[in-house]
Design a protein. Sequence first.
Length: 257
Amino acid sequence: MGRFDAVIFDWAGTTVDYGCFAPVQAFVEVFRHFGVEPTMEEVRKPMGLLKIEHIRTMLQMPRIKACWSERHGKEPTEEDVEKLFGLFEEKLLSILNRFAEPKPGVVKVVENLRELGISIGSTTGYTDKMMEIIVPLAKEKGYSPDCWFSPDSTRQKGRPYPYMIFRNMESLGIADVRRVIKVGDTVSDIKEGKNAGVYTVGVVIGSSEMSLTQEEYGSLELRERKNICERVKARFKEAGADEVVLDLDELVERIIL
């Protein structure tokens, strides 16, 4: 028997949607609609959180808060959070069908894991309504975990809370957190895994932390690629990751086998 019984993957940026661009596009459009132009760094920093919590976090960032106050004559309120989230959900649901493509190598990696007797679970920052679009499309393209849970299944306590991981373990019949790996592409994923007490792995290439399209990454010179990968790896390690891999092939070859 191997060391692990299950791998619990994140979705966007980890298994589908290289670079995690669907939510980024929606967040930018929503804040623009309300007269605030967010930077990519501001949009990316809370990535992986429950989406309404992501918006709440962005509105409390000093620069965005100041821009909002200047534009609207008052500091952002919880009512504003709700308004932004309503529009965000509408925009994201309208584009999600274009962002369900599995990242390169994911389908084969999952096949390899299953051949080794390892179950596949999943957690996400998306809502159930969003997942109803993503899950069947990803399945058509060859990726389908054994189970998945969103914050809708944990009373809206998404990352960094560990409860979605525990729901996966319950569904998969796994009692020991030490026999579970959590894999994600954001700092929020790492915190979720560490809070659950599972072995926690950050994946670098195609991640939200890297925030590059496949074409952009492919066009970089070798030295640039190495530098960017090292920066992302350092952020994951700083967040407490037990291990960081460049891609999911490395997960199988170096950690599972």
